[in-house]
Design a protein around this ligand. Sequence first.
Ligand code: ADP
Length: 521
Amino acid sequence: MLKQAQHILEQYFGFTTFRQGQEKIIENVLNGQHALGIMPTGGGKSLCYQIPGLVLDGTAVIISPLISLMKDQVDSLTSLGIPATYINSSLSWEEQYDRLQQASQGTYQFIYVAPERFDSDGFIRVLRSTKLSLIAFDEAHCISQWGHDFRPSYRSVVQQIQKIGSLPQIMALTATATKEVTEDIKRLLTIQEEHVVNTGFARDNLHFRIVKGQEKHDFIQGYIQSRSNESGIIYASTRKDVDRLHQWLTREGYKVDKYHAGLSEEQRKAAQNSFIQEETTIMVATNAFGMGIDKSNVRYVIHYALPMNIESYYQEAGRAGRDGEPSDCILLFSAKDIQLQKFLIEQSMMEEDKKAVEYQKLQQMINFCHTDRCLQQYMLTYFKDPFEHPPCERCGNCQHQGELKDITKEAQMILSCVKRMEQRFGSGLVAKVLKGSKSQKVIEGRWNKISTYGLLSYLTEKEITQMIQFLVAEGYLAVGEGKFPLLRLTSESVPVLKGAEQVNMLLETTSAMAKDTDYDQ
Ligand code: ADP
């Protein structure tokens, strides 16, 4: 059967070789096993179910959370002469009925449906009476409440499909899977460890970069000026920001579209189409835009504000360069943006323990912005990527022209100050105390009386804060979960305090420390 799969790859899709992971996933399914495929965006997940769907007898049911994606996929399959359809709420009742009738007669080789479809007993009846080749869960992370995009309707499919009776092979495909999510998917869909194929998450054509301390509009303008013919996406966190950026860029004469959930379905569709067909080059959008959008030549993705966690960031940034060509992923960091994300968590309807998880994830996202390690490595470690990766030599940190400085002494002062302040305060006040500030808060709290007061007076308050953020990013300090980011020591603080571990930090050459100021005396 694998030979047949190879033949289909060439004959239908016009590709000569499988991409990494595809063959193994397909082999598992053709051997009658439930299988999970974890591949990066652009890795070629669609073929992983399309090829077995063509090799095996019967109808393949593909569950997808995205109506727009379904239509695109069905169009491309039908253009290859493969009988395929989708059934979702965008159709009239008559159309839905008609397609269901045809489905029960085995007309289609592929049916794409939204998870909610499984709530209908009528649909389950159709599936019972149809010979099924496989059931595939696309974007399978939506099944897990640990995923960043949990959809309860996805979860209930798991119970509903039991009603079908004799189940075919089940496949799950995702580009995002932390350990918790992977375990959840495996447990819910009874997938054995040996049938999980994880190709790793590395995207060797993406250049990650964090931009700090620059006026965001100036940066964007400077950046896009020389790229007026290239497609790019600018993600903002709020609809208001999207509207504002869109208005500004339009005024500046760029060909720009916008996309957010506050626009009508037609407006969104029109924006998406003109971006895909390259009538416009820039898409300004909230995170409502993108999942499943097949535009392979997006040359840059700029995050105007901090995303809520590394999963969302990697997925959104990963929409750049699906064609494998070099592409930029730039995050414009400003500490102010943290407040908005905290507000969103606080206002959400989540249970308290889920909120705590989200705060923690947000903190990891912030840490990512403050680390001086290779950004790609940092993310791959976060995702517990199964492979070893040397520094990418492409990202902003790998390319950074700073100076690596031994900051052990400063780190010790910061850690002792946090300890002296009983681990009850955030970086703002700790930095003030170390600077020797006479601000009201310092005087009122009598923090000018403690032994660490003024110990780092040779640095600016901003530099001290940056150092604190760096220590958090590297795990020497932690930030308490919850609304208030209180600093506390970790097990990794101990060797530093004892002088058993050296701490190095890449510093801008403009920094007082990098300039070797005589701060020792
Ligand atoms: P994903 O769903 O993993 O993000 P897609 O399935 O949309 O990725 O595939 C991304 C692109 O890669 C598509 O343009 C697809 O045609 C192409 N592709 C997939 N498999 C192969 C292959 N074996 N050889 C060459 N191109 C491929």
